[in-house]
Design a protein around this ligand. Structure first.
Ligand SMILES: Cc1cc2nc3c(=O)[nH]c(=O)nc-3n(C[C@H](O)[C@H](O)[C@H](O)COP(=O)(O)O)c2cc1C
Length: 345
């Protein structure tokens, strides 16, 4: 039987391409997945109002199918948008050996603009994608009501059963239940991410029993077996991240994509070291060697680490970069969307 969610979303296959923040999402990737009958997504949390509108227009230029735009409801932790100069300099001091290894000077302590979620959400509503997916919280009643008026399906990310219930109560149309196998950030919002570590196998059936709205399963799904298992567990679709990140259409650098296929590099770790928020990446030197360091809050930690990441990327130094990956990268075999989608239900 075709899950009711598919007709609601206007898609033919129970496959959602997980949105990627930063420069990892591309118009090409989202459109390729939508054109293949799944739901392509674009992670827009680092985009301005006008960039969000431009992105939606660019996607519509290459597909007439439904797609999702994704935002982060909470995009700063306490002290993370305005870190003290001392705290930033202390982090630079902890990173000094790496700057020396890469032959760069510590970057000047700087704060960057943090986007206003409400303003970004208004851009999404104006852009009218089929789906507005969001993580790290629940949008205001006004935003939810406006989406409903505009016929935009609201899909909220949950890492626990309590979060799934909270999303349903607030008016979300779909829950994306994300197990800790997933690559990228743990988007917990009711309790600390470290206290919200449920695996997909446990989370999905419990979330599906706890709420009446449809559930999409995310985390650790990288092939047809995982997608079929997600449906058996009570989900109506599978959201796949890492396997799409590994496709040539994604915005991941070639070095990163190649490492996703490298079985030796396939061990992952959940760490706050890369951004200040708990996230899963290929294990390298940074989480272990910076274990005792006093990290900054999100996004200040990300700002400090970005300079190191860029320098390491230029020198192909995988040991000093953030290399996002879920736990199921060991299953990857597909280098583009066409072959991956052909292997999925
Ligand atoms: C590089 C990267 C960036 C991500 N950025 C976002 C994001 O901005 N918003 C979001 O809802 N999920 C984000 N995710 C989570 C994915 O959309 C997806 O749910 C997850 O990767 C699924 O688990 P898997 O990697 O095991 O397939 C990101 C994942 C990765 C790997």
């Amino acid at each position: 039987m075709t899950p009711p969610l598919l007709s609601r979303l206007g898609i033919e296959r129970p496959i959602v391409q997980g949105p990627f923040g930063g420069a990892y999402s591309t118009v090409r990737l989202a459109a390729a997945v939508s054109n293949a009958g799944g739901l392509g997504s674009f992670g827009a949390h680092r985009l301005t109002h006008s960039e969000i509108l431009d992105t939606a227009a660019a996607i519509r230029h290459v597909t007439t199918r439904p797609f999702a735009l994704n935002l982060w409801v909470s995009n700063r932790d306490e002290g993370g948008a305005h870190p003290s100069r001392e705290a930033v300099l202390r982090m630079h001091e902890a990173l000094r050996p790496y700057y020396a290894e890469l032959g760069i000077d510590p970057p000047p302590p700087e704060t960057k603009a943090v986007h206003d979620f409400e303003d970004q959400a208004r851009a999404v509503i104006e852009a009218r994608p089929a789906v507005f997916s969001f993580i790290f919280g629940i949008p205001s009643r006004e935003i939810i009501a406006e989406c409903k008026r505009s016929g935009i399906v609201l899909a909220g990310g949950a890492t626990t059963v309590d979060e799934a219930r909270a999303l349903e109560q607030a008016g979300a149309d779909v829950v994306v239940a994300s197990g800790f196998e997933a690559g990228g950030h743990r988007p917990s919002f009711l309790a600390a991410a470290e206290d919200s570590l449920m695996g997909t196998m446990s989370l999905v059936p419990q979330a599906a029993s706890a709420v009446r709205i449809p559930v999409i399963a995310a985390g650790g799904i990288s092939d047809a077996r995982g997608a079929a298992a997600a449906l058996l567990l009570g989900a109506q679709a599978a959201q796949i991240g890492t396997a799409f990140l590994a496709c040539e259409e994604s915005g991941a650098p070639t070095l990163h994509r190649d490492l996703l296929f490298d079985r030796a590099a396939g061990r992952t770790v959940l760490s706050r070291v890369y951004t200040g928020r708990l996230a899963r990446a290929i294990r390298n030197r940074l989480p272990d060697e910076l274990r005792g360091a006093r990290l900054l809050a999100y996004p200040a930690q990300l700002w400090v680490m970005s300079a190191l990441h860029e320098a390491a990327l230029k020198r192909s130094r995988a040991d000093l970069m953030s290399l996002w990956s879920g736990q199921s990268s060991g299953l990857l075999r597909w280098r583009n969307v066409e072959s991956l989608m052909a292997a999925l239900p």
